[in-house]
Design a protein around this ligand. Structure first.
Ligand SMILES: Cc1ncc(COP(=O)(O)O)c(C=O)c1O
Length: 422
């Protein structure tokens, strides 16, 4: 029998039936703040409110329930740094199956604890490998040695069909309120979510343009479909938007995305941080970086969406509170509000006061001041962080700093030094 390598909207209908008593029907909400901001009707599909705080339960459950009884009893494995692991753990507990979940040793404690919480005594967590690829290798070897079943996070037709149930739910909810969407925005990591959603929309709402959103530092679907016309492995990725930072998309998802995604957007990691903070303060929504991508993308589509009806999938809300400081820092850097310099600083009383008076504007603030090296001479090397009150004051600030120390280094434009700071 030929192996099935694509997904139809009928597969998604079937997955919907499998999942109807398992997943929560998450709200589809009109967002007044975003609607006003972009002069259009913006709806949010709140998968951050799903049982495991992301849509990943849909695909994981559907892929596991599709195994035959024998395979299921042999147990399941997965390799994941986050949301897929939670979906697999939740399912193992619900179906009383044995699951071994491989996570990189660098996984934040919050995510490890959530996996243990959802999996209970059914899930064993193995922390291994510094990188996801090392972790994956170990998981695959273990799966083979123990004759278990590996649940792929995106390159599996049942996973994709499960994620597609989100689209069926959106269309069911929008029909009740007589809403038709012109645009749908959703994040892309390995491509399972967009493949499932796109497949369903193309058949049941073909007038909706499907926009896939990737982090600028890991746009592997865009590179594969648009730039290279073949699957490529990105040599280097920025892992900040965990979940959507994938170096290589799947073969199945690549083939589907080629047909169902109308456009791709790359969003700067700093812009995602600003969106997370905005969603938190204006809408009281806790979105994780991958979960905020779709909303962040609206800025680049501002003129196209004016007067239109738009839905953004808020795909996850597992944001580790310990990351908030970094999120705030990245946002300020992106908004050009925070600036770092290395400069020679006179080691004498009153020097700092002079710096404040001569270099800073009246509402600017020093957020960091640290001697990197004090010398026996009368100057020392200092790293200094300055938060502007208005980003338009940057030219003025730079010219004042240049006057203070012409040999200063502006760190924001130096990728290597900058990465040491945040
Ligand atoms: C919150 C969130 N959004 C989006 C994605 C991307 O999904 P996919 O890998 O199916 O493209 C992920 C993947 O883990 C995720 O966790």
């Amino acid at each position: 029998m030929a192996v099935k390598t694509t997904v139809s909207s009928k597969d998604i209908d079937e997955a919907f039936l499998q999942l109807k008593d398992v997943v929560k029907e998450t709200p589809l909400q009109k967002d007044h703040y975003l609607s006003l901001k972009y002069d259009c009707d913006v709806y949010l599909k709140r998968e951050d409110l799903q049982w495991v705080r992301s849509f990943k339960l849909r695909g994981a459950y559907n892929a596991i329930i599709a195994l035959n009884e024998n395979d299921r009893q042999n147990g399941i494995t997965c390799a994941s740094a986050g949301n897929h692991a939670q979906g697999v753990a939740y399912t193992a507990n619900k179906l009383n199956l044995n699951a071994v979940i491989f996570m990189p040793v660098t996984t934040p404690l919050q995510k490890i604890n959530q996996v243990k919480f959802f999996g209970g005594s059914n899930a064993e967590v193995v922390l291994t490998g510094d990188t996801f690829d090392d972790c994956l290798k170990e998981a695959l070897t273990y799966t083979q040695d123990n004759k278990m079943n590996f649940i792929d996070p995106f390159n599996n037709i049942y996973t994709i069909a499960g994620q597609g149930t989100l689209a069926k739910e959106i269309l069911k909810q929008s029909k009740e309120d007589n809403i038709q969407f012109d645009y749908l925005f959703a994040a892309i990591g390995g491509g399972g979510l967009i493949s499932g959603i796109g497949t369903y929309f193309k058949e049941h709402s073909p007038q909706t343009s499907i926009i896939g959103v990737e982090p600028a530092g890991a746009s592997s679907m865009y590179a594969s479909v648009v730039l290279e016309n073949q699957i490529v492995t990105l040599p280097e990725i920025d892992k900040f938007v965990d979940g959507a930072s994938v170096a290589k998309v799947g073969e199945i998802t690549y083939d589907i995305a080629k047909n169902v995604v109308d456009d791709y957007i790359q969003v700067h990691e700093g812009a995602v941080c600003s969106t997370i903070l905005d969603m938190y303060s204006k809408q009281a929504i806790i979105a994780e970086p991958a979960g905020a991508l779709s909303v962040s993308a609206l800025e680049q589509y501002r003129s196209e969406i004016k007067g239109k009806t738009v839905v953004c999938v808020v795909s996850g809300g597992n944001n580790d509170i310990n990351r908030m400081k970094e999120i705030e820092e990245r946002s300020l850097l992106f908004e050009e509000m925070k600036h770092y310099f290395i400069l020679n600083f006179p080691q004498r009383p009153g020097a700092l006061r002079e710096f404040v008076n001569d270099v800073l504007g009246p509402k600017d603030d020093i957020t960091k001041f640290e001697y990197l090296k004090k010398s026996s001479q009368n100057t020392g090397t200092v790293i200094i962080g300055i938060q502007l009150n208005n980003h338009q004051d940057l030219d003025n600030l730079k010219s004042n700093v240049n006057e203070f120390d012409p040999s200063n280094i502006y760190i924001n434009e130096n990728k290597m030094l900058y990465s040491l700071l945040i």
